[in-house]
Write a protein that binds this ligand. Structure first.
Ligand SMILES: Nc1ncnc2c1ncn2[C@@H]1O[C@H](COP(=O)(O)OP(=O)(O)O)[C@@H](O)[C@H]1O
Ligand SMILES: [Mg+2]
Length: 239
């Protein structure tokens, strides 16, 4: 569709001689919150790297906001309005504020400044800890910092890889609420989640990967009464 914020078609991708993605098709519409689930090692993170421009596919096409970006660098994609959240990386010895400022490097100074203010407004907990070294944050606060960094760019599309990994359920709940609020402001979101229950509670639509391709796509309400289907989709090989 012409007005998709993200459209990937026929994506093949390899690490050296080993092919891990096989003709992946995936789209995210304006304002949509889409989940991507599937067994470990199926290629979810690799797909996000292809979408963000960090890994070049051997075949296929990636479009962002209606433009072909297949050969476009990761930095250019950021400037187009794409942000990617992966892991919990932060510079531990730097303050929360300096971590945020550092992340505005690709932006003009005034833009970066406004972006930092906007990100801290979304996360008052971080604002309180602005001058504290990032290493002293709790797991959940560190994840907030990772999200806040992405928000500095004021993205139109946010890609999130395993936000809930290693966090207590209560912390995950708070972060999901943040994602929901960002989505409610019109930001489109694609979230990779290893917990299918987390994904189902959050998304408009959920895609399941199997053997390096999208195997199924459902709306959460259609899966509510079908735990055996969800289980087989998460184990792979039975879809
Ligand atoms: N940097 C890499 N070099 C070689 N193989 C990799 C690399 N990263 C991932 N892989 C392999 O690619 C496959 C898909 O990995 P990944 O995309 O991380 O899956 P997922 O995120 O779904 O767990 C796995 O078999 C993994 O071992
Ligand atoms: Mg992964």
């Amino acid at each position: 569709m012409r007005n998709d914020v993200l459209s990937a078609t026929g994506i093949d991708c390899s690490y050296g001689p080993v092919q891990v993605l096989f003709g992946v098709d995936l789209r995210v519409g304006p304002g949509e919150l889409v989940g991507l689930c599937g067994p470990n090692g199926v290629g979810k993170s690799t797909l996000l790297r292809v979408l963000s421009g960090l890994h070049r596919p051997t075949a296929g096409r990636v479009e962002l906001f209606g433009a072909d970006v297949t050969g476009v660098s990761a930095v250019r994609r950021v400037r187009l309005g794409l942000a990617t959240v992966v892991g919990q990386a932060a510079f531990g010895s730097l303050s929360v504020l300096d971590n945020l400022r550092l992340h505005g490097y690709a932006l003009r100074p005034a833009q970066a400044h406004a972006g930092v203010d906007a990100a801290l407004a979304v996360f008052p907990r971080l604002a309180q800890r602005a001058h504290q070294p990032a290493a002293t944050l709790s797991g959940g606060e560190r994840q907030m910092l990772v999200l806040a960094k992405a928000l500095i760019q004021r993205p139109r599309l946010l890609l999130v890889d395993e936000l809930s990994l290693g966090l207590a359920p209560i912390v995950v709940g708070g972060l999901l609420e943040m994602l929901r609020r960002l989505n409610a402001t019109g930001m489109s979101v694609l979230v990779v989640e290893q917990s299918v229950n987390v994904a189902l509670s959050l998304v408009d639509r959920i895609c399941f990967m199997e053997r390096g391709a999208i195997a199924a796509e459902h709306r959460p309400q259609d899966l509510a009464a079908r735990p055996e289907l969800v289980r087989s989709l998460m184990l792979g090989g039975h879809a």
